[in-house]
Design a protein around this ligand. Structure first.
Ligand SMILES: *[C@@H]1O[C@H](CO)[C@@H](O)[C@H](O)[C@H]1NC(C)=O
Ligand SMILES: *[C@@H]1O[C@H](CO)[C@@H](O)[C@H](O)[C@H]1NC(C)=O
Ligand SMILES: *[C@@H]1O[C@H](CO)[C@@H](O)[C@H](O)[C@H]1NC(C)=O
Length: 543
């Protein structure tokens, strides 16, 4: 945390904030972040990166459920900039989501103060820049939400926690990579895999004690498998779900996802390898090389440095990974951030209001390779969709500009927004007909991951759904030539980004917005626009 960060819990200052989400008993946490370019040598040679308060990765946010977070972000880059809070649900508050469909970007040499609440959430999350390809230069960090003291968690409190932000990395500058995408080519294969922006992290713990490892895939295009030499990992939480606490030798983590595991240091006192390695989910000719990142688990009473064979990855095939994914199940008797058990919500018995099948594709449009969903390759208008909706500005987007099912039509550029109603209960099937992995993220929500399958989804696939103890999460993988089905209860009014978590794919058009609407416009359903909202495009001068 930088010197300028200020944490304030005093209630007199609270009273000065007239924002409608105020809940007097919840703490206020104040931060000032300055975003700059800097240099670092994560791959052994100097390159330009993006720093927050001089740090890469950015400062770790350790928050508590229901904290009110106020972060004043100063943009000292030469391009417009936004940060999105990956997995923070922004209840009634898509105003603070930090994506170009909800917020005007912060101009260079300017600032914007985000105000949001970590309402009813516990877990390991991340934040990252959502503008252009800034994310490929840094600016990301950990966002951990701890339980309130009155809430029981379904595992003994660990003596400490470690954050591992693992992700693929390029030797190229983000602007060079952007030009490449703009010219119609996709991102190259990454040049390395980093853990916390480095290739040599060490995590120190005491023999006999249990530690929490918060493992996130902050990469751009590659899934990885994660393991610790001679140690088993007990998965306790997946993106806010408390799951059945199984033990694993290795775990697959896909782009944009987070997993929280407990590890007991129950081996002889030495140092052990921590290894992450990329998975291709394809083999034979043309399969990309495996990138590996290692770190060290150091026992505080260690007698010797790391030795022996590095632990092997789980098999690099779809079936193995899919089988593991199905072992992540809701612990029905455990609570999440609220005291009631997760299993008291019988999601499997709720009638589906509407089904969407979203198929991703890689069309050529105007002579350039683009990425599309149901034949639409998303482009941003100059005015954020949320502002256009709020101020009734015509000509920015239209509802149902994308079909609910894949069509045979040729692909085109468009601003896809699907219209839904508050309290709809929807099913989304992601059909991945490409040969590469896909990872989908929905802002404003978590959702039940009810099914995975290889091949084409059909109505008959619904018979295989887990309607009892599927976990909820905010990002889900779709294997090559496979489908994944989710259920979402649309209880959060607003304008929400549904996107490929693979950053180049969303940049080139694999994203859309879900407008969750109610005809009864009340600030009880959705907060008012914030008084400091930035205005741009057709919204200039509207406040
Ligand atoms: C920029 O920072 C100033 C100083 O703290 C603050 O008063 C102002 O509200 C911020 N601007 C925005 C748009 O949030
Ligand atoms: C489920 O959660 C309960 C807490 O309610 C905990 O005692 C139990 O160990 C958990 N079960 C499994 C299998 O993880
Ligand atoms: C909503 O917010 C805007 C901007 O701060 C303000 O001008 C307006 O009065 C607010 N509306 C209500 C009903 O509070």
């Amino acid at each position: 945390m930088g010197k300028r960060d200020l944490i304030c819990l005093c209630s007199t200052i609270l009273a000065l904030w007239s924002v409608s989400f105020v809940q007097a008993e919840d703490a206020y946490r104040y931060f000032t972040w300055t975003v700059t370019y800097g240099t670092a040598s994560p791959l052994g040679f100097s390159q330009q990166i993006i720093l927050i308060n001089g740090q890469f990765p950015g400062p770790k946010l350790d928050l508590i459920t229901n904290d009110n977070v106020i972060i004043n972000v100063y943009n000292k880059l030469d391009q417009p900039f936004l940060i999105t809070w990956n997995g923070i649900k922004q209840r009634k508050n898509s105003w603070q989501d930090g994506v170009l469909g909800t917020n005007c970007p912060i101009p260079p040499n300017s600032n914007f103060t985000y105000k949001f609440q970590t309402k009813d959430q516990i877990g390991s999350y991340t934040y990252f820049p959502s503008t252009l390809l800034h994310r490929l230069a840094g600016g990301f960090g950990a966002l951990n939400v701890w339980q309130r003291s009155v809430i029981a968690i379904p595992y003994p409190k660990p003596v400490g926690d470690f954050t591992l932000l693992v992700g693929d990395w390029y030797k190229f500058n983000h602007k060079v990579l952007q030009r490449r995408l703009d010219s119609g080519r996709y991102l190259p294969f990454p040049d390395g895999l980093l853990i916390n922006g480095q290739t040599h992290s060490t995590f120190t713990g005491d023999q006999g004690k249990t530690y929490m490892f918060r493992v996130s895939n902050v990469g751009f295009r590659t899934s990885f498998n994660f393991r610790i030499q001679n140690h088993q990992m007990k998965v306790v939480e997946v993106e806010g779900s408390h799951v059945i606490q199984n033990l694993y030798d290795s775990i697959d983590v896909h782009v944009g996802q987070s997993v929280t595991v407990l590890v007991t240091l129950n081996q002889s006192p030495k140092d052990y390898y921590i290894v992450a390695s990329t998975k291709a989910f394809s083999s034979g000719k043309g399969a990309p090389p495996v990138l590996k990142a290692t770190a060290v688990l150091h026992y505080s009473n260690s007698q010797s440095s790391v030795s022996g064979t590095q632990p092997a990855a789980g098999p690099d095939n779809v079936q193995w990974s899919l089988n593991q994914a199905k072992t992540f199940r809701w612990n029905l008797t455990a609570n999440a951030a609220r005291p009631n058990p997760q299993g008291s919500y019988h999601y499997g018995t709720i009638p589906i209001t509407r089904r969407f099948v979203f198929a991703n594709s890689v069309p050529t449009i105007g002579g350039k390779q683009r990425y599309a969903v149901n034949g639409v390759s998303f482009i941003y208008p100059d005015t954020p969709l949320k502002l256009a909706d709020f101020f009734n500005i015509p000509g920015v987007f239209s509802l149902n500009s994308i079909q609910s099912y894949p069509s045979g039509n040729s692909a085109s550029l468009g601003t896809s927004v699907v219209g839904t109603n508050l309290h709809d209960f929807i099913e989304i099937v992601f059909q991945n007909n490409e040969r590469s992995m896909q990872s989908w993220h929905l802002d404003g929500y978590d959702f039940w991951v009810v099914g995975f399958g290889i091949g084409q989804w059909t109505q008959a696939s619904t018979a295989t759904y887990n309607l009892v103890d599927a976990p909820t999460r905010h990002t889900v993988q779709v294997y090559p030539g496979s489908w994944t089905a989710i259920f979402v209860t649309l209880d959060n009014q607003g304008m929400w980004n549904l996107r490929s978590a693979e950053w180049g794919k969303q940049y080139l058009g694999q994203q859309l917005y879900v407008r969750v609407y109610s005809p009864y416009q009340t600030f009880a359903n959705e907060y008012n626009i914030s008084s400091n909202a930035l205005l741009c495009g057709k919204a200039v001068g509207r406040l």
